[in-house]
Design a protein around this ligand. Structure first.
Ligand code: S3P
Ligand code: PEP
Length: 434
């Protein structure tokens, strides 16, 4: 990365990762065919797709974001010949643990080094309350070995952490359980599972923070269009906000209210963001997002925005480094159990660039205004975390020297083609494969 530049132009970032996973899962167990467009052809979503092929589901594509799934119905999945490797994808492992808990065959779920370190008891414990039998390592991590149970039973579960993955895991198991399954969240988290179940014709009841469904129903294949991923758009929203002269239009981005923390937080910092032509695509609200450069100021990030921006904090920390004054994040301990410990890894990277960043158990304090004014240059270790790598790429717009980002091949998990798109939009970035 050589310093400087501005972002300009209009483009569509790849499809939403969370929605792509769910589209394949529900299409596979639906009756009839589902045609999906806008599917994310990134490693995480492809891992979910490959799993269902191993379970005997006939899937065409992806081809230019188009996927055709011939659903096998609730009871049509077949035993896989070997363990299912989910790579780097926490969403795949946690949601599939729920979906597979109610099957009649055993399944083993494995992942890469990062995924094998992440906590899985948050799903195995509520699933055990439903009668599921899932073994983890002594540390509560993958591999997950799922042994079939005669019949799952519904549960009324209060989530201890605000996690859409845990909520979704329990709801997917609930499809196979006797009676009603209810989940109550401590704070609203992304609701793509609930929306998509509705799109596939499954009845969901929501009251405030509580969502319920009754097991034993069926899903009907449908047509789905997946919006562009706001979590991928976030890097360009931050890049355009921090680089003078920037003016970008990000097309057809999902603006589900459970995902718009990045817009709310950047606006509170003074960003110039306009949501244009709001409409609904595939059961999800979308808009074109225009972002122009504007000077940012540091803020205390409202705690209620944390679940709504949970994957965007690496990018937000770069915005904070460029803002005037200090930014404080609290209530975000979950960041420590993502693909990397995003508080520690980001604090180390910011320190490497000469920025004062004080990590805390549940957040961080960042003193802004230093990027560009210090000898902001150096080698950053992304620790294999796609979002850390892309966040530091955007820092290049304001750094005073070359930034080298190491261990960043996993960018492909959520954003295939990121470096090319970023270079075409004005970032001075060169990809080197080792
Ligand atoms: O349900 C989902 O698709 C996701 C939920 C979030 O995880 P948690 O449920 O652990 O907060 C998020 O970080 C992840 O990238 C995707
Ligand atoms: C946390 C993330 O994904 P996952 O949990 O699916 O690995 C992410 O994409 O930032």
């Amino acid at each position: 990365m050589t310093p400087g530049g501005a972002l300009t132009g209009r483009w569509r970032v790849p499809g939403d990762k969370s929605i792509s996973h769910r589209a394949i899962m529900l299409a596979a167990i639906a009756e009839g065919e589902t045609r999906i467009s806008g599917f994310l052809e990134g490693a995480d979503a492809l891992a979910t797709l490959a799993v269902f092929r191993q379970l005997g589901v006939n899937i065409d594509g992806p081809d230019g974001g188009l996927v055709r799934v011939r659903g096998v119905g609730m009871r049509g999945l077949q035993a896989p010949a070997e363990a299912l490797d989910l790579g780097n994808s926490g969403t795949s492992m946690r949601l599939l643990a729920g979906l597979f808990a109610g099957q009649t065959f055993p399944v083993t779920l494995t992942g890469d080094v990062s995924l094998s370190r992440r906590p899985m008891r948050r799903v195995t414990e509520p699933l055990a309350l439903m009668g599921a039998q899932i073994a983890t390592t002594a540390d509560g991590t993958a591999p997950l070995v799922i042994t079939p149970t005669a019949q799952l039973k519904g549960v009324d579960y209060a989530l201890p952490v605000a996690s859409a993955q845990v909520k979704s895991s329990v709801l997917l198991a609930g499809l196979y359980a006797n009676g009603e399954t209810c989940v109550t969240e401590p704070a609203r988290t992304r609701d793509h599972t609930e929306r998509m179940l509705t799109t596939f014709g499954y009845s969901i009841r929501r009251q405030g923070l509580r969502v319920c469904l009754t097991g034993g129903g069926r899903l009907s294949g449908c047509r789905l269009t997946i919006p562009a991923d706001i979590s991928s758009a976030a890097f360009f929203m931050v890049g355009a906000s921090i680089a003078p002269g920037s003016d970008v239009l990000l097309e057809e981005v999902g603006i589900n209210p459970t995902r718009v923390g990045i817009v709310n937080i950047l606006r509170a910092m003074g960003a110039d963001i306009e949501l244009i032509d709001r409409r609904t695509v595939g059961g999800e609200p979308v808009a074109d997002i225009r972002v122009c450069y504007a000077p940012l100021k540091g803020i205390q990030i409202p705690v209620d925005q944390v679940p709504l921006a949970i994957d965007e904090f690496p990018a937000i920390f770069i915005a904070a480094a460029c803002a005037e004054g200090e930014t404080i994040l609290t209530g975000a301990a979950e960041l420590r159990v993502k693909e990397s410990d995003r508080i520690a890894v980001m604090a180390n990277g910011l320190a490497q660039l000469g920025i004062d960043a004080e990590p805390r158990p549940d957040g961080i304090r960042i003193i802004g205004g230093q990027l560009g004014s210090t000898a902001a240059t150096g080698a950053i270790d992304a620790h294999g975390d796609h979002r850390v790598a892309m966040a530091f790429a955007m820092a290049g717009l304001r750094a005073s020297g070359i930034i080298e980002i190491h261990d960043c091949a996993n960018v492909e998990t959520s954003f295939p083609g990121f470096a090319t798109l970023a270079a075409n939009s004005g970032l001075n970035i060169v990809e080197q494969r080792v």
